[in-house]
Design a binder for this molecule. Structure first.
Ligand SMILES: [Zn+2]
Length: 314
């Protein structure tokens, strides 16, 4: 299985358009020791020809153009001019930075999108713009994703890629655009999922862009993985409040912080099997600064910090 990290930042990207935090300011000034990043996006493939997106980021158009494997391949005249190696997407939640990219794929391309029923309902029943994905019968096929159940990743024609996926319910936190009244109508356990993808050779990728808490069940699952892409949104719980002077805590936004005794760095210290990589990193996170103590602490703890363009073979 080929895994490509097309984007590694949290919502807003790095730098974020309206942000003048120390990281964004230094990056724009050219004095930052670290990389720019687009919003989190992972693509996977069993054969290098047919690709599945994990989420669909608002930066997807530029991410596709930056990735030759995802460019259209029209190899003969019969193929016409419209084609895409992207066969479909799997959604872990309904966050804007995780689903907005679907609207960028609206040019009548057949795609198969796997989503939990609650996520499907929020997108297609509450947001009329998503009707752009259903203009013709052969456009987007929505496939029901049931947390805890293993399902094959199929292309729009129903052919099996050989990849197997399973979602784990992680949280009950819906995005702010989903009203409290609407939420009472949805399954809480479908709000935020972690995704496991197994390659034909039995290797396992864990993709966890939003993790509200870490319990023993999750630790066991993660330790059975070969590569772990984990929520690195915030360094500390009060990071946004500290920088902006107001706002929500990391926990309130559905993200366990990296640091502190309850943070992922400490809690996942006993997860030893997988290659551990932080992804979905907010622009305010001090670990983005490769000259800083937080970066050093993360690297010395055996973790890596994802950068756009990374890829590996599982
Ligand atoms: Zn910033």
């Amino acid at each position: 299985m080929l895994v490509k990290i097309l984007g590694s930042a949290a919502g807003g990207g790095f730098p974020q358009w309206n942000c003048a935090c120390p990281n964004c300011r230094a990056l724009r000034a050219g004095t930052f020791h670290g990389k720019t990043r687009t919003q989190a996006q992972v693509a996977i493939s069993a054969d290098g020809r047919s690709w599945f997106l994990l989420g669909a980021s608002p930066d997807l158009r530029a991410q596709i153009e930056a990735t030759p494997e995802l460019h259209p391949r029209c190899e003969s005249n019969e193929d016409g001019i419209r084609q895409s190696p992207i066969a479909g997407a799997v959604l872990a939640n309904a966050d804007v930075d995780h689903v907005l990219g679907l609207l960028l794929l609206r040019e009548l391309q057949p795609l198969r999108v796997c989503a939990a029923l609650s996520i499907y309902r929020v997108l297609t029943e509450d947001n009329s713009m998503f009707a752009m994905l259903q203009r013709v019968p052969s456009q987007v096929t929505w496939a029901d994703l049931v947390p805890g159940t293993t399902f094959p990743l199929l292309n729009p024609a129903g052919e099996d890629s050989g990849l197997r996926c399973r979602a784990l319910s992680l949280g009950t936190h819906y995005p702010a655009y989903v009203s409290t009244r609407r939420q009472s109508d949805l399954s809480r356990r479908e709000a935020s999922l972690g995704l496991f993808v197994e390659s034909p050779s039995g290797k396992r990728l864990a993709y966890m862009p939003a993790v509200p808490q870490i319990d023993d069940v999750l630790l066991k699952e993660l330790d059975a993985s070969d590569v772990l892409l984990f929520d690195g949104t915030f360094w500390s719980d009060d990071e946004l409040i500290h920088i902006q002077g107001s706002g929500q805590t990391a926990q309130e936004m559905g993200h366990v912080p990296v640091s502190s005794a309850e943070g992922s760095l400490s809690k996942l210290a006993r997860v030893r099997r997988p290659r551990k990589i932080y992804v979905h990193i907010n622009n305010t996170n001090p670990m983005l600064n490769e000259a800083g103590p937080e970066y050093r602490q993360v690297r010395e703890s055996g973790w890596e910090i994802a950068e756009d363009g990374w890829q590996f073979d599982l």
